[in-house]
Write a protein that binds this ligand. Structure first.
Ligand code: MN
Length: 500
């Protein structure tokens, strides 16, 4: 509802005489704008809101988009709306900061959806020319109330009326807010509830809010047809970015600080194809691949290295891919690199085979891990005397996890770690259902200073990650067009370089 306050700069002067204000407000052509067409996502968002409405009958639900966060002085971080807001409003990257969606209970049941936001200020306002954070002269136009209403098919109101609207009949309706998004709006809801004499303690009300946030997160578990389509676009864009990174590898080697060069190439594609990167890109060459989330990307890319690249493009609807490929910088795996790569590939195949309705989410990890454990056992890396059965024992085993400390899968969608607020037991023990989208990403990590592995293994890290859709009878690998076997990867790289 309100962005973070920026420090005031006192050295800037804008004329403020009445003569100037009249002058700058006049002499502009009348805007000749068509009403914003209804968005393709509008019907899907309406269905999501109807589902939410059924779960919280009679309650007033407040879902903030969030506001601008100060980076330093008078500069802000790029704005990205809260995912629950984007999902339920049907807005994406073009959301205005300080927006909020309210589901207001109707007397006869159901809810009335209202988008609160800061519409475009008229040209005779001071905001137009003097507000460097919101003014049209500074940051460009915003939609009008009518624009948003026609785009989304819901009511829209000025954000300044939110406080009064929330206070109206506040005693009659229980109210919930997603607490973590907009501190000032949370504060407002808290004070309205207290003044209205809401039942329960403050702590109980906060717990009810937390449960609400969890419900919103869980709602995104099954993707509708439109969402699956968006995921396909995100994956296709990410594929293009990978092609470009492969093309850039020789230059990355030559230039030095090659990890940043590769990261930058992907960043270019992410901004051109979509809204940006879905998460900080991991461009990890050589031993850096053994840092699971290596996002510093300060290293060299050297001939003879494997470079592990884990990145995804977030498209304008905010759906993101999350794909990892591990590539030999020269275009050819060495024998030992191939051996380790093929082991991870085999584990990934086992994980993919476990993605089908009826199986549990945790079965994917179990299947991939069984392969990892078996191969590490065959390679003689488990401690002397530890059997395969022992290491696979959930309570007392786990030696093989030294070389793969992360999980194999997570849900994916508008957040790279989608549905993150689900309770852990529910997340892990849930049965896979058609419409879920998740990653399958086993890895093996042999750090340069790992004295428990043969010297030739040290400094090699491999992860392979794909994005899969659970179908009626198994799964569809949405990123199947991106080569995965060691031989296909080599052919892919040769093809990209031949066309470069
Ligand atoms: Mn991932």
């Amino acid at each position: 509802m309100t962005s973070e306050k920026q420090a005031k700069a006192s050295h800037r002067g804008i004329p403020s005489s009445n003569e100037f204000r009249e002058f700058i407000a006049s002499g502009w052509a009348t805007p000749d704008r068509e009403p914003t067409p209804r968005a393709a996502v509008a019907d899907h968002a309406a269905r999501r809101r109807a589902m939410l409405s059924q779960q919280f009958p009679g309650e007033r639900l407040v879902i903030p988009a969030g506001g601008l966060k100060v980076r330093s002085n008078d500069t802000d971080y790029p704005f990205r709306p809260h995912t629950a807001f984007a999902h339920l409003a049907g807005l994406g990257a073009h959301t205005d900061p300080d927006s909020a969606l309210v589901l207001d209970p109707k007397p006869g049941g159901g809810h009335h959806a209202i988008l609160y936001f800061r519409p475009l200020a008229p040209r005779d306002s001071e905001e137009f020319y003097a507000d460097s954070r919101h003014g049209e002269f500074w940051v460009g136009p915003r939609p009008s109330i009518a624009d948003r209403e026609s785009e989304l098919g819901i009511s829209a109101r000025h954000i300044d009326s939110l406080a009064d609207d929330l206070a109206k009949d506040a005693a009659a309706a229980r109210m919930r807010v997603v607490r973590t998004v907009d501190p000032r709006l949370t504060e407002l809801v808290d004070s309205v509830r207290t003044q209205a004499g809401a039942t329960g303690s403050e702590q109980e009300r906060e717990e009810a809010d937390t449960e609400f946030a969890r419900h919103l997160s869980t709602m995104r578990l099954i993707k509708d047809e439109w969402e699956v389509g968006e995921m396909r676009k995100a994956v296709a864009a990410t594929h293009k970015g990978f092609d470009a990174m492969i093309a850039s590898l020789p230059e990355a080697v030559r230039k030095g600080r090659g990890e940043r060069w590769v990261e930058g190439i992907f960043g270019l594609y992410s901004r051109h194809e979509g809204n940006g990167v879905g998460y900080e890109s991991i461009c990890a060459s050589g031993d850096h691949a053994n840092t699971i989330h290596w996002t510093k990307n300060t290293g060299e890319v050297r001939d003879g290295d494997l470079i592990l690249i884990d990145c995804g493009i977030e498209i304008d609807s905010l759906f993101t891919a999350d794909i990892t490929r591990t590539l030999p910088v020269t275009g050819r795996f060495t024998d030992v690199q191939r051996r380790i790569y093929d082991a991870v590939y085999e584990a990934q195949q086992a994980g993919l085979a476990a993605v089908k309705p009826g199986n549990k989410f945790s079965d994917i990890h179990a299947a991939a891990n069984a392969v990892i454990a078996r191969i590490l056992h065959e390679w003689g890396l488990l401690p002397e005397g530890v059997t395969l059965e022992q290491t696979l024992d959930r309570e007392k085993g786990g030696w093989h996890r030294r070389w793969m400390v992360h999980g194999t899968s997570h849900h994916l969608g508008m957040d790279v770690h989608d549905c993150q607020l689900m309770l852990r037991e529910k997340y892990m023990d849930s049965e896979l259902q058609p419409g879920m989208i998740l990653t399958v990403e086993p890895g093996l990590y042999f750090k340069a200073d790992d004295l428990r592995v043969p010297a030739e293994f040290r400094g090699i890290g491999v992860r392979i990650e794909d994005d899969v859709l659970v179908t009626e009878d198994g799964c569809e690998n949405l990123s199947a067009a991106m080569p995965r076997t060691s031989q296909e990867v080599e052919e892919w790289m040769a093809r990209v370089w031949a066309n470069a």
